[in-house]
Design a protein around this ligand. Structure first.
Ligand SMILES: Nc1nc2c(ncn2[C@@H]2O[C@H](COP(=O)(O)OP(=O)(O)O)[C@@H](O)[C@H]2O)c(=O)[nH]1
Ligand SMILES: [Mg+2]
Length: 238
């Protein structure tokens, strides 16, 4: 694939059994001019090896190791920095983000600086009844991002988004190296500093079948800490 327009970056930690179904769905979803970059966090279950085996003879699929600072955000930044496309997309490696939503999200990204996949706008939702506690947590997190940072998108925690390369490059050096919710940070930087054109696109969130969620109480604590750090940054701006 010589003319690469879309780069799909997938961060992974112990997602071996999800790789073959995800990669094959991506290959057959009708997308053209794309590449797939899986950035793995030293997964002990052999995720990277599974990707590399799948990618044999397919130059448009790459698996790489996050050999820099550990974490979700650094992995995504590494993938975006290695990407060749003009539109950079991040999606989870656990099949909770539905490949069926990808082409619509990327089509929308042609018109904006950033498109956030959202469960809480028209066309979005959950594939099956979702744990009400997790919905409450994600809606509270979104409300706090709005109150504290002025980020108005309804689902800044979805983790499924696309950003124009030029918009990413404009803010890359300001990203915190140890963050885990890069989407929120990008939204904050684009909203507060760049007057970026941002929109949401309805996505359907699926249930995890293989592997485990890494979201925990500790992660929620980090999220709050990050909201307050970004808020302090906003105050310091003239
Ligand atoms: N590279 C990398 N990927 C991670 C890390 N933590 C989680 N992931 C991946 O990020 C995606 C979202 O994580 P997940 O645990 O499903 O979060 P949840 O959907 O909010 O429960 C999945 O593909 C994970 O494998 C990490 O520290 N580094
Ligand atoms: Mg998940």
């Amino acid at each position: 694939m010589n003319d690469c327009r879309y780069s799909i970056v997938i961060p992974t930690l112990n997602e071996r059994d999800n790789m073959e179904p995800l990669l094959s769905r991506l290959e057959s979803c009708g997308l053209k001019n794309y590449e797939i970059i899986v950035v793995d966090e030293h997964s002990p279950d052999g995720t990277l090896e599974a990707v590399q085996a799948y990618a044999e003879g397919k130059p448009y699929i790459r698996g790489m190791l996050n050999d820099g600072p550990r974490g979700l955000s650094p992995s995504i930044v590494k993938g975006f920095s290695a990407a060749k496309g003009e539109i950079l997309c991040c999606m989870d490696g656990d099949l909770q983000h539905d490949v069926k939503d990808l082409t619509g999200l990327l089509r929308t990204a042609e018109e904006y600086d950033m498109v956030v996949g959202s469960r809480y706008v028209a066309g979005g939702g959950f594939a099956e009844r979702w744990n009400p506690v997790r919905i409450l947590i994600s809606r509270t997190a979104a409300g706090m991002a709005w109150l504290l940072l002025g980020v108005t998108v309804r689902d800044p925690m979805s983790g499924f988004f696309a950003i124009r390369r030029t918009a990413f490059e404009a803010v890359r050096d300001k990203l915190s190296p140890r963050g885990f919710k890069i989407m929120l940070e990008l939204l904050f930087l684009l909203t507060c500093e760049q007057a970026g054109r941002i929109t949401e696109y309805g996505i359907t969130f699926g249930r995890r079948i293989h592997g485990e969620s890494k979201l925990s109480i500790r992660v929620m604590g980090q999220y709050l800490q990050m909201l307050f750090e970004l808020r302090r940054r906003r105050r310091r701006q003239p």
